[in-house]
Design a binder for this molecule. Sequence first.
Ligand SMILES: [Cu+2]
Length: 96
Amino acid sequence: MAAVTVAAHSPRNNLVSQKGRMFHPSSLQIDRGSTVRFVNDDGDLIHHMYVDAQDFKFDSYDQRPGSSFDVTFSVAGSFTVLCAIHPKMRLPVTVR
Ligand SMILES: [Cu+2]
């Protein structure tokens, strides 16, 4: 009898902190379909993340200090999460 294999999504904690106008960690490798939680850990800065790639886009809009925003990366590829307010903030994300 053929076994049906269901890809087990490990409940990995994909947490990215935005602190000091930087992303922590500074890059991310995740499986397709993973959800990443972005937390604004800067006490007095608004962040505004987005990806604007051909095949994958999201926009967090203004993200106040202390707030979090969840993004599900549904497409495999290499993307760069940017901040519309702080151009030096860049998070390369590889989605397998
Ligand atoms: Cu920012």
